[in-house]
Design a binder for this molecule. Sequence first.
Ligand SMILES: Nc1ccn([C@@H]2O[C@H](COP(=O)(O)OP(=O)(O)OP(=O)(O)O)[C@@H](O)[C@H]2O)c(=O)n1
Ligand SMILES: O=C(CO)[C@H](O)[C@H](O)COP(=O)(O)O
Length: 400
Amino acid sequence: MEPKPAAPGPCPGDFRVAEAAAAAAAASSLNPAEARAEPGRRAPSVAAVLPAGGSGERMGVPTPKQFCPILERPLISYTLQALERVCWIKDIVVAVTGENMEAMKGIIQKYKHQRISLVEAGVTRHRSIFNGLRALAEDQPNSKLSKPEVVIIHDAVRPFVEEDVLLKVVTAAKEHGCSDYDLEFGTECLQLALKYGHVNAKLVEGSPDLWKVTYKRDLYAAESIIKERTSQHICIIMDTKEDENHVGHHLEEILKNELNHVEVTSGALCPAGRDLKQIILEQCYNYVCVNVMSSDFEETQRLLNMLEESNLSIFYPVVVISVYFLDYKSVHFDQKVENLMQIREYAKEVRKRNILLCGLLIYYPQDEQKLQASLREGATIITTLIKERNSGLVGQLLIA
Ligand SMILES: Nc1ccn([C@@H]2O[C@H](COP(=O)(O)OP(=O)(O)OP(=O)(O)O)[C@@H](O)[C@H]2O)c(=O)n1
Ligand SMILES: O=C(CO)[C@H](O)[C@H](O)COP(=O)(O)O
């Protein structure tokens, strides 16, 4: 399964501490396993410099690529999120041009990025990096930055960096000498380090996801990766556990079968399912609220309140699909649809907080085969809404 999108916030305890201990091991050239056995060992101070002062000529759009939106959030915010979730990176210094300084401050504020300092970019990438390094090296009286032992240089336009590769870089920075091979096949940064910093260097294998957003097509690729990652977990909330034969349960079964590569959790606002708060904490970005008993928005509203309180949608759009049922025999089709059209108002409200709410009415015949076909159509609509995260469909009542 794909890794979860980077999570915001503080490091959640033991795992990160162990990783920091491994970083400490790297600093002192110890085996990481040894450092884990010695939790008291001092971790090296690590900072990161993000060059973000380019104009993105090859992208061919007026906005520098680091500020181009992906699912309505600037690309650089994804990169910052990926770095700030690594708790052993103490400071993140971002180099931006004077003209983009205010926009950058706005991004930091809006997405609550932490441990970020800004410096003025230079006319070349190397000069931007140099400015970032200088801010970390100098002991300026009013600076909250302190001189780190290891600095990670990471392009602001490489949003998918994982903690393990950063750890490998920090380890290599401390452990390895420079080989002719690295100099021959490394990037020019290695040569710079050797020539001007008089420090050795080692080339570390990264993952294919570490690629750089350079051309317009790369923005589409990045968006697809993010959509795929946020679709990996779906929570189905049923307003009843009774009546096992209700079509609502059949829909749940069909969804589980169709989405066999996706984690499908049955959450509940009632005690029968997994604790919804926990599921939200685990960063599930997709909720299917199956209303078997009711034809109002009470359950959906409760879920929306919990999502809003959690701030989950600050980084990624959260998809909520509220599902209702009506059989062909019912004479209340118009009335039911009219009631459900209220979804537009709810959707408009929560859209402001990056929650994409849609309604789905499954209008089903009694005939078993046709019923299965209606349910499969409903399941297809649900999976499409989740995979596409299309804000254009927000507030729509779809009928299967
Ligand atoms: N004067 C510069 C030029 C580039 N960069 C940064 O260096 C990274 C990698 O560079 P590149 O992909 O070449 O970005 P651009 O220079 O913006 O792109 P282009 O070459 O297409 O103009 C980007 O995060 C970019 O913002 C920088 O900080 N300062
Ligand atoms: O990683 C880098 C240097 O270590 C840079 O991102 C890279 O050199 C820029 O490459 P290009 O101009 O070919 O897109």
